[in-house]
Design a protein around this ligand. Sequence first.
Ligand code: HEC
Length: 285
Amino acid sequence: MSAQRDRGPIGRMRLLTLALLCAAPAAGCRQQMSDQPYHRPQEGSDFFADGRASRPLENGVVHRAQYLDTDPLATGLTPDEWTRVYARQANNKVDLATPTPIENREAAVTLPRYDQRAAGNPKVYVEGFPFAITGEDLDRGQERYTIYCAVCHGALGNGQGKIWERGYLKPTSFHTAPVGAHELPTQEVPATPLGYSRGYSLWDIKIPLREAPVGYYFEVITKGYGGMPSYSAQIAPADRWRIIAYVRALQYSQHATDLPPALADKVNAAGTGAATDTKKAGGHP
Ligand code: HEC
């Protein structure tokens, strides 16, 4: 190939001007780059027969690391309940034509509950943890509880957190007896005894939170309840379960009757400040 043709002084000037124009923010060359044809979500298009630009996902497509919708780890619901609520058509779309059944728990906080301790009632919430809880999970649960829940529910889980001290609605205690030095033996919502679920009481079911299924806790953290906001954006599903495990440990610390005597002494001493290991406020071993 021969050497580049010399454009001469005028040609060089033209090239320079063109280069400058391209470099200027509003110039033509850049315009083309930022003005590429594309479709916004939900936009129409006459390219496809159905008139929609967005293509439906193939059945069964999941994001990387996404939990399956049916996984109790991501819902807190039993598989039975899932089928009842999210009955889908063959094409995997939610059937909007059929009126929402009363059992539909999509807005579960406002719909009737079942006392699933009674035989014959539907099991709505899972009663066991969706994965085995280890000591590390409990530690992580304690840490997350302290970050996200203790501000309102208090380090001991009696509902006397700092935000309540400043005038927020008193959260339900996780215990049925007072555990704090200045705790009153009643709830602030008088109709509900101390430590009893308000979400269940609404449906005239008297159930201490200690006996509410763990899946219910998952739902409360995920969707919020009454005066409590949802924490689904802040806390990943697996951590919600770890927090619940720690709440269970807190509850157990108040009515443990089957501890080996040496351990019981240690736990009781923790309450008096005599123990050296005061790291765990709830006293779980
Ligand atoms: C901003 C304050 C606040 C935070 C933070 C908070 N809660 Fe609550 N929580 C409340 C209040 C207030 C209620 C009572 C709501 C009502 O009765 O309207 C409540 C109620 C509950 C209930 C009982 C629902 C029932 O049926 O009575 C559970 C369980 C619960 N919270 C768990 C948690 C957990 C676990 C966390 C941490 C992930 C958490 N909360 C964080 C304020 C909070």
